[in-house]
Design a binder for this molecule. Sequence first.
Ligand SMILES: NC(=O)c1ccc[n+]([C@@H]2O[C@H](COP(=O)([O-])OP(=O)(O)OC[C@H]3O[C@@H](n4cnc5c(N)ncnc54)[C@H](OP(=O)(O)O)[C@@H]3O)[C@@H](O)[C@H]2O)c1
Length: 323
Amino acid sequence: MKYGVIGTGWIAKSFIDGARMLCDAEFAAVYSRTTESGNKFACENCIASVFTDIGEFAKGDFDAVYIASPNKLHYEQSKLMLESGKHVICEKPITVEPEELEELQALAKKNGLIYIEAIMYMFNPARDLLKEAIKKIGRITSVHFDFSQLSSKYPAYLAGSLPNIFNPALATGCLMDLGIYCVYPALDLFGLPKKITACAHFMESGADGSGNSAFLYDDKLVNLTYSKLGQDRLGSQIFGDEGTIVIGSISKLTNMKLIDNKGNETEIIGDVEKERLMGYEAQALENFIKNPDDPYYLTVCERALQVSKEMKKIRDLSGIKFG
Ligand SMILES: NC(=O)c1ccc[n+]([C@@H]2O[C@H](COP(=O)([O-])OP(=O)(O)OC[C@H]3O[C@@H](n4cnc5c(N)ncnc54)[C@H](OP(=O)(O)O)[C@@H]3O)[C@@H](O)[C@H]2O)c1
């Protein structure tokens, strides 16, 4: 399958490497705002064509586009690609507003195209391993999912610049960047909560640097914490009355183990390279293009919309605003 790519950051390279690792993927074109950055990326990743005009790029000779631009641009770029007959896999968060996602899901359906969010969790085989492990720890009343990762851009921010990730005008910040990785498993494993509470810590730029939300269910409380200003060293945990599941990385579902109440540990999965996890996303896209009636495609679309709607509630409760 032939791909076009929007965005020239490190994550786009990881997707390309993953898709080449697991699929018969050809990367035919890249869109960049500048010839210099586009040429550099194309040269490093063996891509034939470089476009600096997004309208011309949209007419390019490829079947699907992988979008890895700042969040604020996802909606308009995905819309243009879907209007131009391209399948779309767009980085998380797939759109900023849930209404935008609903609109584009309808557009994709109308045009007979596949449109999915590049979220590792939904395409990761370890998701099934986690679901099986959950059945072995008895009654679950408490859960803590954490994604706290000290941002490599924080020193630049402290030195006075404004990296995209801390610029609310681009709809970035901690919830949109890392919190989403906690929201996905919470909704996928436990369903919609009956009540949500949420708070955020704001940086001077107006971006949320860290935050938390609590999902209350009839039978359990799921606590989500996320930060771009400090580094987690303990991971996430699902507490059952017959055992505990420890998850080293909630975004990758790696380094997971089950510890029973006597302290015996059973490994669920060890480490997996990020490129492979992104390759699973590309595999799913190709499968959905070949089999658009695959019921899992519907699940993926429904879950993306649920996540978007609950994220919007968290934003409103936390006072997160984008310029
Ligand atoms: N799945 C994952 O693990 C993962 C990891 C990191 C990021 N992401 C997602 O990937 C997306 C991109 O994140 P990133 O950190 O790579 O973003 P970024 O570095 O801020 O921007 C990505 C690319 O977009 C272009 N760009 C930068 N600023 C722009 C602006 N103001 N207006 C228009 N284009 C701009 C740049 O390409 P040109 O200069 O060549 O135009 C840049 O290489 C986000 O949605 C993020 O959530 C996902």
